[in-house]
Design a protein around this ligand. Structure first.
Ligand code: SAH
Ligand code: SF4
Length: 370
């Protein structure tokens, strides 16, 4: 097991068994989550005997950067290699790219939760080559730490110059969206453990309300998530407001049709008014017709959900296309006229905002051609 898949409580119990004083756990956690050291050798205030014991019991793994796309001020995609050579992606999104206006402090990281995806939505690059495995908690947590480590290395001037073991380094990432490769709720236990660690004050210290979990619609796990003490935000990849449309593009809808999905969302929403967003990719000729607007408006109003319209990112090798801007605007207008709360992502350039899964696919295809 990797040390970063352990919670503070688990480590406390273990250190107690080992006859180690409690403050050693605190010291270890600071090396991992404040200084984000990549190896045991950097943990200078831990005694050698304890380090040897830790090394004998645990791995301490980092992610290897294979490729990075995008520039400092815009969305940046990271392609990582895991210990078993699998590849995953993370995407760092500045809330307000300087390219389009004033820079903002908020930085969101989009995390992957699985290698590949088993759900096979027809429009998605992540599912194209099937599912390989679940990510372990440390592999999700490490996406945050590795991006922060990378940022630190790229811009040492903006970091405090005091000794590393006394000054908490300012965190780069303030928000998380679990919208990378994979279906997060199909890797439920590992996901929840990773999010608990990323949320804990001794770990990532990211507020639960700044964490959004996106799902293609696993109804039973949505109910399970509603019962968790931590109040994450939930995004539903809806992409169709009738079973006929959803069935065409999302095989999961045959297992959990809209009636069941919406009932689970209602349960989630009722648990102390938790926030839900409907993600709705607009795909030309598939789900961008005005026939979807009425049912979508009703669903959004019923759940008090916000609709997030996202123009489709074309994927190499797939026939789907992004609709013309007039069609996107018309769809938005019609939703608003019906009384739904909706936004349309108006980005320029498919390559900058390309969805997760595409960089991995491209790299794997290039490697296969060598
Ligand atoms: N499996 C989860 C989370 C990962 S997908 C889910 O489906 O919600 C994250 C989001 O990206 C989903 O809303 C998904 O539908 C969307 N997406 C996938 N491929 C896309 C593409 N080519 N263009 C735009 N959005 C895409
Ligand atoms: Fe999997 Fe989500 Fe892509 Fe569907 S949209 S194939 S659930 S990653």
């Amino acid at each position: 097991m990797d040390i970063k898949s352990r919670t503070k409580e688990e480590l406390q119990a273990e250190f107690k068994d080992w006859g180690q004083p409690a403050y050693r756990v605190q010291q270890l956690l600071e090396w991992l989550y404040v200084h984000r050291v990549p190896d045991w050798a950097s943990m200078s205030n831990l005694p050698k005997a304890l380090l040897d014991q830790l090394k004998a019991h645990y791995d301490l793994r980092t992610l290897e950067l294979v490729r990075k796309q995008g520039s400092r001020d815009t969305t940046q995609k990271f392609l990582w290699r895991l210990a078993d050579q699998s590849m995953i992606e993370s995407v760092l999104i500045p809330a307000n790219p300087t390219l389009y206006g004033e820079p903002s402090d908020r930085r969101t990281l989009c995390l992957s939760t699985q290698v590949g995806c088993a759900y096979g939505c027809r429009f998605c690059a992540s599912g194209l080559e099937g599912w390989k495995r679940n990510l372990e908690p440390n592999e999700m947590i490490e996406q945050v730490l590795a991006v922060e480590r990378w940022n630190h290395a790229e811009s040492p001037a903006t970091e405090p110059s005091e000794p590393r073991n006394t000054v908490p380094v300012q965190r780069l990432i303030s928000n998380l969206v679990i919208m990378g490769m994979g279906e997060p709720l199909a890797n439920y236990d590992n996901l929840l453990k990773a999010l608990r660690i990323l949320n804990a004050p001794w770990g990532g210290a990211i507020g639960a309300r700044k964490i959004t979990v996106s799902t293609s619609g696993l109804a039973p796990q949505i109910r399970q998530l509603a019962d968790e003490p931590l109040q994450f935000r939930l995004a539903i990849s809806l992409h169709g407001a009738t079973d006929a449309t959803r069935n065409k593009i999302m095989p999961i809808n045959r297992k959990y049709p809209l009636k069941e999905l919406i009932a689970a969302c209602e349960y989630y929403q009722q648990q102390r008014g938790r926030m839900i967003t409907f993600e709705y990719i607009l795909i030309a000729g598939i789900n961008d017709g005005l026939d979807q607007v009425g049912p979508l408006t009703l669903l959004a109003r019923r759940l008090n959900a916000k609709v997030n319209l996202i123009p489709y990112n074309d994927v190499e090798g797939l026939p789907w296309k992004r609709p013309a801007e007039e069609v996107q605007e018309r769809f938005l207008k019609a939703l608003e006229t019906g009384g739904a709360s909706a936004t349309l992502r108006r980005e320029k350039g498919h390559d900058i905002e390309a969805a997760c899964g595409q960089l991995r696919l491209k790299t794997e295809r290039e490697l296969a051609m060598r």
